[in-house]
Structure formats: C-alpha cells, structure tokens
Design a protein around this ligand. Structure first.
Ligand SMILES: NC(=O)c1ccc[n+]([C@@H]2O[C@H](COP(=O)([O-])OP(=O)(O)OC[C@H]3O[C@@H](n4cnc5c(N)ncnc54)[C@H](OP(=O)(O)O)[C@@H]3O)[C@@H](O)[C@H]2O)c1
Length: 222
C-alpha cells in the first residue's frame, strides 16, 4: 500500500480503527476524518468533505454503519431513512464522487463493510438488513462498471465482531451463547476483519471484484 491514499469512514473505533492501523502498517496514507469533519448522516457534509480533499483518493473503505434495532412494525419512515442514509446512501455518495478519479488514474479499490445479516437474517434488524443488502448490490453494480478502469470493488460481510456495536446490541448472555454455537467458538477481533479488508484494498488483490466475502467464523454455516 506504499504511497496509496486511503479514506476510511468510521475510523474512530471498532473495525474502522483496526483498518486504519493495518493500512498504516502497510504504508498507506490514511484519511480517517472524525464525524465533525465528515458526517455521513448529512449529504452536504459529504459533499463539503470531498470538495475540500487536497489529494486523489486511491482506496475508499465504506466502514461506518449504524444498526438501530427495529422490527417491521417498529420501523417508521424516519428510522428507515436515517439508517439507509448512513449505511447505503453515504457509501454511494462517496463512491460516486471518488471512483471517477480512481478510474482516471487507472487504479483504485473500494471495500464496503456489509454484514452476515445480508446472508442470514435476524429479528429486529430490518433497517440494517435492508441497507446492507442494498450495499451488496451497489458493490456488484460498481464492480462491473469500474473493472475496465482497474478499480476493484468488493464487500466484506463480518459476523459477530467484538466492538461497541456488538456489546450495545447484544447482552453478555447473548454474546456467550453466540460464541458457544460458533464453529470457531468465539467472536472475531476487529483486526481479523481488517486483515481481509487490507488484502482486498491492496495491489495483492488483482483479480477479485464484485464479491461479498463473508468473514464470520462459520456462523452462517450452522
Ligand atoms: N461489530 C460487528 O459485529 C459487525 C458485524 C457485521 C458488520 N459490521 C459493520 O462493520 C462496520 C463497523 O462496525 P463497528 O462494530 O466497528 O461499529 P462501531 O464500533 O459502532 O463504530 C461505528 C463507527 O461508525 C462511525 N459512524 C457512525 N455514524 C456515523 C456518521 N453519521 N458519520 C460519521 N461516522 C459515523 C462511528 O463514529 P463515531 O465515533 O463518531 O460515533 C464509528 O467510528 C459497520 O458498517 C457495521 O455495520 C459490524
């Protein structure tokens, strides 16, 4: 990743933080703006951030996401719109702005952080499942369009990862039960997801595009 410029959203903690650390180890120059600089819930903030960039971006990692727990009946229009804005429309908006520059330079990588909840489902995850499943579609649509220009687009779909998102949305008992049922008998650490993201975002990935790579310790198999 030497001399590559990477923009990672949600780099303050969790998986995003681990991606920032791994990319920097691999020699990338990482932009990880705090929410005050890039608020994904606000299209004007996204446009303003892109307009202020003083360098072409080679690698975009759409990592930030929200997962407000809600069933069909609990999902009002505002909650759905808010979730889709952060989980789907913000990645779309960033990619639409940055991918043409990657294509013009003949090299680029986009990695979208999806979820195992696009492969299997769970109750009270409706807004999140809708947004992340559409993100998989965005990944495939962009991959086909951008491949001729040397821009590879993939998604990583983590299962349970030990982050604040997981501890907020699951009780300690639920987490213990998930670990007991998991083929690997534990949850992932953020760096284990970051390693796969780093491969997909690097020059070592030269032929994988349009894929949703599930990284879930075997959770979705059983
Ligand atoms: N943890 C899991 O088990 C798991 C499993 C599958 C998929 N994922 C996905 O992996 C990604 C990272 O998850 P995580 O567990 O690391 O999440 P996390 O610990 O909750 O961190 C979320 C990150 O997103 C940022 N963010 C949220 N809303 C934002 C907004 N409006 N504008 C800018 N930044 C915003 C947060 O910034 P602040 O610090 O400013 O709040 C934070 O950096 C998400 O897309 C999530 O859906 C996670």
């Amino acid at each position: 990743m030497n001399d590559r410029v990477a923009l990672v959203t949600g780099g303050s903690r969790g998986i995003g933080r681990a991606v920032v650390v791994r990319f920097e180890e691999l020699g990338a120059r990482v932009l990880a703006p705090p929410r005050a600089e890039l608020d994904l819930s606000d299209p004007a903030s996204i446009d303003g951030y892109v307009a202020r960039l003083d360098t072409p971006v080679d690698i975009l990692v759409n990592n930030a996401g929200i997962n407000p727990l809600a069933s069909l009946g609990e999902t009002d229009d505002a909650l759905l719109a808010e979730t889709l804005q952060v989980d789907l429309l913000a990645p779309f908006r960033l990619a639409r702005a940055l991918a043409p520059v990657m294509a013009g330079r003949g090299w680029g990588r986009v990695v979208n952080i999806s979820s195992v909840w696009t492969v299997v489902a769970k109750e009270r995850r409706l807004p999140y499942i809708v947004g992340k499943t559409a993100l998989n579609g965005l990944t495939r649509a962009m991959a086909v369009e951008l491949a001729p220009a040397g821009v590879l687009v993939n998604a990583v779909a983590p299962g349970f990862v030990m982050t604040e998102l997981t501890t907020q949305n699951n009780t300690p008992e639920q987490i213990a039960a998930v670990a007991a049922d998991m083929p690997l008998r534990r949850l992932a650490e953020p760096y284990e997801i970051a390693e796969l993201v780093a491969f997909l975002a690097s020059s070592r990935n030269s032929f994988t595009t349009g894929q949703v790579l599930v990284c879930d310790g075997g959770y979705s198999l059983v």
